[in-house]
Design a protein around this ligand. Structure first.
Ligand code: AMP
Length: 217
């Protein structure tokens, strides 16, 4: 089963995708995490992607599609995957469709985590992540047990550079212009299931798992 998770930045795609992958044993494919790993390890790709990410811009399709195609060559994606943060443009969605078609597969469902813009702004400015293990915390709704410290590995938490106010504004505009058209793309294909994302993470997860049940059966 191949699942696309859609939603504006800060909708909870990452948190929910990790949980869904654990619950379904599907591979978790997150292009944002892949870029951040490349930046951390100082690769050429990381160097190319970093400027775009810090500004809240999308990394160009050519680079993004390339890393996604490489990822699809890895054996853990053969029986399915949860795509988190990919596709973000229509050309990316088309490339994904073609790549899966070549494997006699297809996107089975696109889950849209729906969250209004005012709530997104509140969430992104209160988001803290662990640079070491990638865990994500929310100041108001899901704070770490100890202030500024990761619950999983104890390392100091940090705010992502692209969660700075100017970058957030840009990311929302980029979402409206380039990524929101994917909602119509998957709706037209009969694959879209919207989920109310303005609920506690556990409730959102239950709704997402419920949406997958008839597809995985
Ligand atoms: P995320 O962790 O999914 O919020 O991604 C962080 C940043 O990585 C985004 O704001 C983009 O700059 C870049 N990025 C991640 N996925 C993509 C994608 N599919 N297309 C273009 N840029 C991406």
């Amino acid at each position: 089963m191949y699942v696309v998770i859609l939603g504006p930045p800060g909708a909870g795609k990452g948190t929910q995708a990790v949980r869904l992958a654990a619950a379904t044993s599907l591979a978790h494919v997150a292009t944002g995490d892949m870029f951040r790993d490349n930046i951390r390890s100082g690769t050429e790709l990381g160097r190319l992607a970093e400027g775009y990410i810090t500004q809240g811009e999308l990394v160009p399709d050519r680079l993004t599609i390339d890393i996604l195609m490489d990822r699809l060559e890895e054996p853990d994606t053969v029986s399915g995957a949860i795509f988190d943060g990919f596709p973000r443009t229509i050309p990316q969605a088309q490339s994904l469709d073609e790549a899966l078609q070549d494997r006699n597969r297809q996107v089975d469902v696109a889950l849209l985590i729906d969250v209004a813009e005012a709530e997104i702004l509140r969430r992104l400015s209160g988001r803290w992540t662990c640079p070491n293990c990638g865990a994500v915390f929310q100041e108001r709704t899901d704070p770490p047990k100890r202030d500024g410290e990761c619950d999983n590995c104890g390392k100091p938490l940090a705010q992502r550079p692209d969660d700075a106010p100017a970058a957030i504004r840009n990311r929302l505009q980029v979402y409206r212009e380039q990524t929101a058209p994917l909602v119509a793309y998957y709706e037209k294909a009969g694959l879209l299931i919207p989920i109310d994302g303005e609920r506690p993470p556990d409730a959102v997860q239950t709704a997402l798992l419920g949406a997958l049940e008839p597809i995985s059966a």
